[in-house]
Write a protein that binds this ligand. Structure first.
Ligand code: NDP
Length: 243
């Protein structure tokens, strides 16, 4: 299927961690297909760079939502929902992409504070965001929620600690939500696993790897687009591998 077949015209899509890596590539691709993209992240300067890039390409003007998922409280989640409803009256797509690596160390030596922070950003914040945005997603004719998983979200591996546990949790959260909405045809929940991709996080996890052998975020975007578009309307509760 050609990329042009995946139309996202007039869709309102929120992407977390939109300032770099896979989130940035998805934001630009979604905007190129006609979506209005809300760029969520904690670093204003790099979010503005993505905003400028989208404007320069003459795609739909995006919006910036400044939010630190580590520090956000109930008011922040309520505000993001209210702003969305006031501005658009609905949300059609949610790409839950932001996450942190935590420590790469054995459980015996895993730092407790890093454990709590990693579980919070990678799992609890995803729950809080999706929970607060469900009413806006229900207003869409066809909403797609995409959680970001990992190979270590399906198979526990030494030294992946809280990151792996958080990704297992994300897989469960997606399946639970899918099952809870099995009678609702206008909303679906899936996971995507990008696989080894040339980003800052990958470099942090594998500092000695030859990154030139890895796919760039842009090269994964057909699957990201398909899962966000109405082409995947019947797909729910699945975990999709990109590579
Ligand atoms: P990056 O490190 O490039 O991107 C991570 C994103 O998450 C950044 O935009 C980062 O923002 C954001 N983020 C982290 N903490 C917070 C926070 N507290 N509040 C708001 N935003 C935050 O990594 P990738 O692009 O590789 O990762 C994207 C997703 O893909 C992640 O969920 C990752 O687990 C997953 N993944 C990646 C793989 C890979 O090989 N690259 C393999 C498997 C899964 P900031 O720039 O401010 O830090």
């Amino acid at each position: 299927m050609k990329l042009s077949d995946y139309q996202l015209k007039n869709k309102i899509i929120l992407v977390t961690g939109a300032n770099q890596g896979i989130g940035k590539a998805a934001s630009i691709r979604y905007a190129s297909l006609g979506a209005k993209v809300i760029l969520l992240g904690r670093n204003l300067e790099s979010l503005e760079q993505v905003y400028d890039e989208i404007i320069k390409l003459k795609y739909n003007e995006p919006m910036i939502s400044l939010m630190d998922l580590e520090k956000a409280d109930g008011n922040d989640y309520q505000a993001i929902h209210e702003n969305l409803m006031n501005e658009f009256g609905k949300l059609d797509g949610l790409l839950l992409n932001a996450s942190i690596l935590g420590d790469r160390s054995p459980i015996a030596h895993y730092d407790s504070e890093t454990w709590a922070r990693t579980i919070h950003v990678n799992l609890t914040a995803q729950f809080l965001l999706v929970k607060s945005l469900l009413p806006a997603l229900y207003e869409s004719d066809s909403a797609s929620v995409i959680f970001t998983s990992s190979g270590v979200g399906k198979l526990g591996k030494a030294f992946w600690g809280a990151y792996s546990v958080s990704k297992f949790g994300v897989e469960a959260l997606s399946q639970i939500l899918s099952s809870e909405h099995e009678d609702q045809v206008n909303i679906r929940f899936n996971c995507i696993n990008p696989g080894a991709t040339r980003t800052k996080m990958r470099k942090e996890a594998y500092p000695y790897e030859d990154e030139m052998k890895l796919k760039k975020p842009d090269e994964l975007m057909d699957k990201y687009t398909w899962l966000m578009s109405d082409e995947s309307k019947k797909i729910t509760g699945q975990s999709i591998d990109c590579q």
